[in-house]
Ligand binder design. Structure first.
Ligand code: ADP
Length: 480
């Protein structure tokens, strides 16, 4: 098949979260399976500075209509592996910046223009480049306008740019909502600013457009596909999601085993596997040392790696600060984002410096070391579309402590509820329930044989992307 993907992040070129991992691994798996895969991403500074992009060639010049202006740009291409081409939609004014969405303090004010330009650039490239795509698959709000723009462009030009369109919701909490006046920048017919179109409480909502106008809609876990149809998790788009219930499916993300695999992980000081865990101990020592703790410490290490946002349940951890002060344990957090959470975590680390540490940054190598060197991985999310770290944890022999939401439910089994199959500990998304799970973790840690059995079951799990990719292949084939 000829498959075109479009999204705002792509590992290893630009990443703020799981979206990058998912799009990177899915497109790699599809190209390995012999499909002709093209991936469109914005030509961010970080991507253009990546060594793979050094040989990128300019393949097209763009003139993109945004309301009554024409903005120029270009398309550059490089091919990191057979059957896979990465296309960059470039315009310095929009994408030659430090971060993809904002300056760290807040989002860029012209994000609507930036991502409308991106989507229009993709459509124009498909038209000029004669891609003959079987499927155009777009991801999250930044690329959500694509299905609708494609169909409108086809209508205007009397051509076919894609046989089918697929839209994947990686996180329905981020919808791309902008003032109504932005609608003019789409140059879509006025009737599409309506309840059956992009209009949303007198604003425009790009994700709504993706959900309504793609031929098929997916989310990143079966449980989340159900949850987003409820008011509790739908973030206001539950009704819209319900209208697509027949075309909506949850396909669990996978793990890229070439990157997240303790047996080959180049970020670790020692590698290990389920049959020989001695390398995990070396990782533990290194993690303790790097976090400023004495390596002789023998008690449980709780690790956390996440964006600091409400979603990740940081407040439940903070509400349990006395737990970490009272028990002989270590809490090692890697994450940046929300200032208030960062400050409160730093306060906690200052209160009990011998027990808690925070590295407030994005650090790929450190994220691997925390997965490898910890005994428990703490992920008490308020909601979690799929979640990757709980899967990485299991494969790294680190028992995940997760809340019973979204993809966490689809990937972790509570060891107290199901002693034969358990691979982690589960709680409800609140502070009291997390505390109970942390207590149970202490008990589990002191029962070595039981801990080891749970660890082994986690390490034996198969979360591979080849399984995940075949779900998408089936979906593409069915829709065609
Ligand atoms: P989300 O997409 O909501 O951020 P996921 O669990 O799906 O959550 O994926 C998060 C990804 O981002 C993981 O690969 C995780 O290791 C990574 N990550 C998050 N925060 C950091 C950080 N501060 N440094 C390095 N990697 C991080």
């Amino acid at each position: 098949m000829k498959i075109v993907h479009a999204g705002s992040e792509l590992f290893p070129y630009i990443k703020t979260g799981g979206l990058a991992d998912a799009v990177g691994a899915l497109t790699a798996a599809l190209s390995d399976n012999g499909h002709e895969v093209s991936v469109f991403v914005p030509g961010y500074r970080a991507v253009l500075e990546h060594r793979d992009a050094a040989g990128a060639t300019r393949t097209m010049r763009l003139k993109i209509e945004l309301a009554d202006q024409f903005l120029s740009g270009d398309v550059r291409m490089f091919s990191p592996r057979p059957n896979l081409k990465v296309y960059l939609i470039c315009r310095e004014e929009f994408f030659d910046r430090q971060g993809p969405y904002g300056n760290g303090e807040r989002d860029y004010e012209d994000n609507a223009d930036r991502f409308i330009f991106f989507c229009k650039g993709v459509v124009e490239a498909l038209r000029l480049g004669d891609f003959g795509a079987d499927v155009v698959h777009s991801h999250d709000w930044q690329a959500a306008l694509l299905p609708l723009l494609l169909r409108e462009t086809e209508r205007r030009h009397g051509t076919t740019l894609a046989l089918k369109t697929v839209f994947t919701i990686h996180n329905i909490a981020y919808q791309g909502v902008f003032p109504a006046k932005i609608f003019a920048r789409t140059n879509l017919p006025d009737e599409l600013y309506s309840m059956d179109g992009l209009e949303y409480y007198s604003q425009i909502n790009l994700m709504k457009g993706g959900i309504l106008f793609a031929d098929r809609v997916t989310t990143v876990s079966p449980r989340y596909a159900k949850e987003i149809q409820t008011p509790e998790f739908g973030c206001g788009l539950d009704g819209v999601a319900q209208t697509r219930a027949d075309d909506l499916v949850g396909l669990l993300n996978g793990v890229d085993n070439s990157i997240w695999n303790p047996a080959v992980d180049p970020h670790l000081p020692a590698r290990y596997s389920a049959v020989n865990l001695s390398g995990k101990h070396v990782c533990r020592l290194d993690l303790l040392k790097r976090s400023g703790f004495a390596p002789e410490f023998k008690g449980p290490i709780f690790g956390m790696v996440c964006r600091l946002t409400e979603q990740k349940g940081i407040d439940f951890v903070l509400a349990n600060r006395d737990f970490f002060a009272a028990h002989e344990c270590r809490l090692i957090v890697l994450g940046s984002g929300d200032r208030r959470m960062e400050e409160e975590l730093l306060e906690l680390a200052a209160e009990v410096p011998q027990k808690v540490s925070l590295a407030a940054k994005h650090d790929e190598a450190m994220s691997h070391l925390i997965e490898a060197g910890s005994d428990f991985f703490v992920m008490p999310s308020v909601f979690e579309p799929c979640g990757l770290n709980q899967m990485y944890s299991q494969l790294y022999g680190t028992v995940p402590i997760v809340s019973r939401v979204g993809g966490l439910v689809d990937t972790v089994v509570d060891a107290d509820e199901d002693p034969a199959l358990g691979t982690g500990l589960m709680c409800d998304p609140n502070a009291a329930s997390l505390r109970d799970a942390l207590q149970r973790a202490l008990v589990l840690f002191s029962d070595r044989p039981r801990y080891l059995a749970i660890q082994q079951r986690g390490m034996a799990k198969n979360f591979s992307w080849s399984r995940a990719a075949s779900g998408y292949e089936r979906l593409y084939q069915e829709s065609l």
